[in-house]
Design a protein around this ligand. Sequence first.
Ligand code: GLA
Length: 419
Amino acid sequence: MSALLAPWDGPEGAGRARDLFAEAFGGAPEGVWSAPGRVNVIGEHTDYNGGLCLPVALEHRTYVAVRPRADRTVRLVSAQEPGGAREVDLDAVAPAGTRGEVPGWAAYAVGVAWALERAGLAPAGSLPGFDIAVDSCVPYGAGLSSSAALECAVAVALDDLAGLGLADGDAGRTRLAAACVRAENEVAGAPTGGMDQAASLRAQAGHALLLDCRDGSVEQVPFDLAAAGLALLVIDTRAEHRLVDGQYARRRQVCEEAARVLGVPSLRETADAVMAGETTLDDVLARLDGEHRRRVRHVVSEIERVRELAALLRAAPGAALTGGEQARTGALLDASHASLRDDYQVSARELDVAVEAARAAGAHGARMTGGGFGGSAIALVEAARAAEVADAVGEAFAAAELTPPAFLLATPAGPAARS
Ligand code: GLA
């Protein structure tokens, strides 16, 4: 039977990070902070278009044990990264692609310190160097935001250690999230859109986060899967996904070009105009060429699907999806996958196999989640049948001669915090 990858509980995660810290640096850290990975329920490739998305934070978290130093050196070690400790001078950190860029995973951690100072959230040169040990049960490179979880754990750690007080409320967390995005875009060089960091810093347990990426506002939408006897099965296809390669950037660029042709600041305005009946999607698409047309059709229809699913969840009695609502939710997930596969062209064979096998085994609906080109899919299933669906997906992978997938359940959990 397929095993579900269980999250660590807080003491286990903190204990692992402390042990690694003692082994690498000696002594005890000042504290341990942690931040969750995420899955996006719906609203893919909408964030950098000013659109809507609906992620949930996972129970699976990244733990960082941190001790400030008297100088501006950062020493880093990670249980997930071979090669021992790294050392970076905070004053020498430079954007990706320039001299002084920070290679590899360390960029996600030191980039946050750099961005907090660059954004003026901490005075320039004021943050101390630090020793940091990282351990995580967020599957790595699986499209579940292991990088955002690291950034956000570091952000709440530095916020606490420097007494910035930003993690105390949603407005401050929004600013921390922006700094994490900046770290990822500028220091790590991945042109991602911001959903992941918002989910990791601003999501609430038992809720999905309806994020409006135009103005950064959020609505906590109750999402009580268990009450309806449902579960969200995450299928990590083990097909490695990379956001630093050119495909993601190319999608983003095409959307920006399309917005220029349409004379709008972002495709969100186009989606709103279609929704308001000021124009039709066909009229919009008629003004665009082939590649732009497909991408815009995905973005506009996907924003509409987010609105519809959020409305279903808001209206669900006791926040539990039942009967026809389950069927409609499943249909929205299926439509999202088809749009990402056919119009946005970011799916992968492994994702299509996962989605089809899950549906054939009785899932209400299934779709790829995250940036795509590998990574993970989600399936909305009867909780009692989650293991059965996982087995059926595993069998389909074996029949297709693919690497066996891994599975976990997405239970909407809480945001980055001290552990
Ligand atoms: C990745 C990025 C996000 C978002 C998704 C697609 O996860 O990090 O910003 O663009 O892809 O929805």
